[in-house]
Design a protein around this ligand. Structure first.
Ligand code: C5P
Length: 235
């Protein structure tokens, strides 16, 4: 069983912001309410990756969500660079070669590899169109089992999948869930949402939250309220 995580460290705030300056301003506003940040495509490709090093130096953790997928050698060298940057989590697509290369390159560093099984924007028809014979549920299961067998640390999944994956894979695999909406907040473009409390009860270890925090009038209070909800649900 993985050790209990401090409730504040279970909230990962997605810095889905257009540039470094906006991201730094948000980190300042959130202050000590948030200890873990996600840097994705938008910010990383707008010069935001160096923020990872600065956040690490400030005692924060960083999830680099670049969903790597390339030949093994390229994935491995990329993972080495991200380990050197001080990232805590990095995402890769759940293809066996890719996962194997990432796990090998992680080496003794503290970087943990998270696999994305099937993107949540895909349904069975999308998979068929892309040439797959399995539907979403079967492909998620197959890739989740492969990820675990290859030594991947965790999976990114929708909160609805979390309960099933927890049952399938046991207590040790990390489950990281986006699609989180505190009761009463806007769903935005997320279709399958869950409150923080329900996602924790379903077995999620970490919750990724973007707009309900960074788009709030008072981001710091919004983050603090989610952490309280996590703490209450985790008991
Ligand atoms: O603003 P919101 O809370 O919807 O942001 C969720 C974050 O999680 C975004 O950075 C988004 O890219 C990411 N994500 C997601 N759904 C997935 C995988 C990642 O919303 N299936």
């Amino acid at each position: 069983m993985t050790a209990p995580i401090n409730p504040r460290d279970r909230l990962i705030v997605a810095l889905d912001l257009p540039d470094l300056r906006a991201a730094e301003a948000m980190v300042d506003r959130l202050d000590d309410a948030v200890s873990f940040y996600k840097i994705g495509y938008q910010l990383a490709y707008a010069g935001g990756l160096p923020l990872a090093r600065a956040l690490k130096a400030a005692g924060k953790k960083v999830f680099v969500d670049l969903k790597l997928h390339d030949i093994g050698n390229t994935v491995g060298r990329g993972v080495e660079s991200l380990a050197e940057l001080g990232a805590t989590f990095v995402t890769v697509h759940a293809y066996p070669q890719t996962m194997k290369a990432a796990v090998e390159a992680r080496g003794q560093s503290k970087l943990k590899i998270l696999a994305v099984t099937v993107l949540t924007s895909y349904d069975d028809a999308d998979l068929q169109e892309a040439g797959y014979q399995l539907g979403v549920r079967d492909l998620v299961e197959r890739r989740a089992r492969q990820a675990q067998a290859l030594g991947v640390n965790g999976l990114v999944c929708s909160p609805e999948e979390a309960g099933h994956l927890r049952q399938l894979l046991g207590p040790d695999i990390l489950l990281v869930t986006p699609g989180i909406r505190p009761a009463g907040s806007s769903a935005d473009d997320q279709k399958r949402i869950m409150t923080p409390a329900r996602a924790i009860a379903a077995g999620a270890n970490y919750l990724v939250v973007g707009r309900p925090v960074i788009g709030a009038d008072d981001p710091k209070s919004a983050a603090a309220a989610i952490v309280e909800e996590i703490a209450a649900a985790a008991g």
